[in-house]
Design a binder for this molecule. Structure first.
Ligand SMILES: [Zn+2]
Length: 552
């Protein structure tokens, strides 16, 4: 007797093998049989006309905190994602002393655009060490988690405030090694670090104060376990990124570890960047290094309002500073003619005034209805204003609650992104799931892979696309029993309609702790998702199943 039998589906098993008709039997959370299955089951799922594939693995998320109150990482599970990797970009919620929580919340707020309420309102923060975090996670999981541990928090634990002031002494490096070793023993899947991020006070995060010897020492510990190093390189500059590719390659070869870096974006402003980086990646793989570039499927869309600081203004420090002021002060600044004149001039100087004309007014509670859906350039002309001035005035007229959309700001040309995603050395990922809540929806990238690059442009086959986000990801990260449908593997399974799988329109929802807003996208074409042999999502609804594992 099996627990579940999935019958009559078209099996795309994750290995890249041609799709074939096959039934799948599941027992005790594992795939028990594949093919023409004899025997009965407690539950039978008819997958006629549907694809049956391994659950998708999302290797770059920031679901660290959401998983504590939402073990399904909504809506990731509904999109067919059965395993998520949080702890990216040098930040994780453990190991972390109670006294340092505020510091790390500030970093998440600045770097990942997550509100402090998300860290303080929806769960009881009981742990300091990594095992404690793992156990807190494990209580309520519908998805599997493969957590990284952040270099910045390891450094903060060992060095305290000095972690953002100086290089580490040898005894401190030794203490970091011991701490990382314990995290890996307790289930961490690797270490994440960042070479670019700053905290909420614009100070470099702790990981950026590490000298190479420190990173090398930590990678030696990763080498004891064969675990991953994830890195945020200076992605805005191809030459700096290439220097990091070389550095990561040396670490990979010396310590026999996999490494991955993200993001890597295609940009028409710098059309040769990606090919330059990929050329170096190919050279390094040829030497035996593992240095996986992570590439996201979706174009860069950023939404913002003046109610929150947004990464849209990353190149405009004065705007960033003003939008970070407390509300009253921010309003005063935006009403001050002299300040506004400087802001407008900055927009010209930093060549943002032109792109700002392409902003579309997408809504918000106070957006004038006759502006919604139109470009700011068009409206500015009608108002007889410069574009930056119109942006400020329209925001003020709507009490700052006017949302603007900067669509297709890069990585949006299918004929350039498609071949990149299909490249054998490209690791498809980098969704940033759970982060950037008010800037864009970090969900549905897997659906978009199928709708845009399998069905529309045909840069990938169905089997190739499934392989990229299942067995290939599992192999890169050393997840031994996931990502393939074959006897003995964990029964993480997604049943979907190959003709319709995709992502819904981006829309705001108010489901964050403290009724906070985030943008989301609903899943399209996903019928049923199983995690470790239990139905976790079906017919458009999440179930009561909590079969997810905290450290796969
Ligand atoms: Zn990230």
């Amino acid at each position: 007797m099996f627990d579940i039998l999935i019958k009559n589906g078209l099996l795309v098993d994750g290995t890249g093998a041609a799709a074939r008709q096959a039934d799948i039997a599941i027992r005790d959370g594992k795939i028990a049989a594949v093919g023409k299955v004899e025997g009965t089951a407690r539950r039978t799922i008819d997958a006629s006309g549907r694809v049956v594939a391994p659950g998708f693995i999302d290797p770059h998320t920031h679901f660290d905190v959401q998983l504590l109150w939402d073990g399904a990482a909504r809506p990731a599970l509904a999109h067919g994602v059965t395993t998520v990797v949080p702890g990216n970009c040098s930040l994780s919620l453990a190991p972390l002393k109670a006294a340092d929580r505020g510091r790390v919340i500030g970093m998440f707020q600045q770097i990942e655009e997550m509100p402090p309420e998300a860290f303080t309102q929806a769960f009881e923060w009981t742990w300091e060490d990594f095992a404690g975090y793992r156990d807190a996670l494990a209580r309520n999981l519908s998805v599997n988690v493969a957590p990284l541990v952040g270099h910045s928090v390891i450094r903060l634990w060992v060095m305290g405030a000095a972690s953002q002031e100086r290089a580490a002494h040898p005894d401190e490096i030794a203490a970091m090694q011991a701490l990382l070793r314990q995290c890996l023993k307790d289930g961490a899947i690797g270490l994440s670090t960042s070479f670019v991020d700053v905290d909420e006070n614009a100070r470099p995060v702790p990981s950026r104060f590490a000298q190479f010897s420190e990173l090398d020492a930590l990678c030696a510990v990763l080498g004891e376990f064969g675990r991953m190093l994830q890195v945020v390189p200076e992605f805005y500059d191809a030459d700096l990124t290439i220097a990091r590719v070389d550095q990561l390659s040396e670490l990979s070869l010396k310590h026999n570890i996999p490494t991955t870096f993200s993001p890597l974006f295609d940009s028409v402003q710098a059309p040769n960047n990606v090919s330059k980086v990929m050329a170096r990646v190919s050279e390094q793989f040829a030497r035996g290094a593992r240095v996986w570039p992570q590439v996201q499927t979706r174009p860069i869309d950023i939404s913002f309002s003046f109610l929150n600081p947004s990464l849209y203004f990353a190149r405009l420090p004065r705007w960033m500073r003003i939008l970070r002021q407390p509300l009253e002060q921010r309003l005063a600044s935006l009403r001050d003619a002299e300040t506004v004149a400087k802001m407008v001039a900055d927009a010209e100087t930093f060549r943002m005034a032109g792109p700002m004309g392409g902003l579309v007014i997408r809504g918000g509670d106070k957006a004038p209805a006759h502006y919604v859906g139109r470009t700011l350039g068009d409206i500015a002309k009608e108002r007889g204003q410069t574009v930056p001035q119109a942006l400020i005035d329209i925001s003020l007229e709507g009490d700052l609650d006017v949302a603007f959309l900067s669509a297709n700001q890069g990585h949006n040309i299918t004929d350039r992104v498609g071949p990149l995603l299909a490249h054998p050395l490209v690791h498809v990922g980098a969704s940033d799931g759970g982060a950037h809540l008010k800037s864009f929806a970090t969900y549905g990238d897997t659906g978009f892979l199928f709708s845009e690059f399998v069905r529309a442009s045909k840069h990938l086959t169905l089997e190739g696309a499934v392989k990229k986000i299942t067995s290939e990801t599992a192999a890169i990260w050393g997840l031994k029993d996931r990502g393939t449908i074959a006897p003995g593997y964990a029964a993480d399974v997604v049943v979907f309609n190959a003709d319709t799988i995709g992502r819904g329109e981006e829309r705001p929802v108010f489901d964050m702790p403290g009724d906070g807003m985030r943008y989301t996208r609903d899943a399209v074409g996903v019928d049923t998702v199983l995690v470790n042999g239990q139905v976790a999502f079906t017919n458009g609804a999440y179930t009561e199943a909590r079969a997810g594992i905290a450290c796969v």
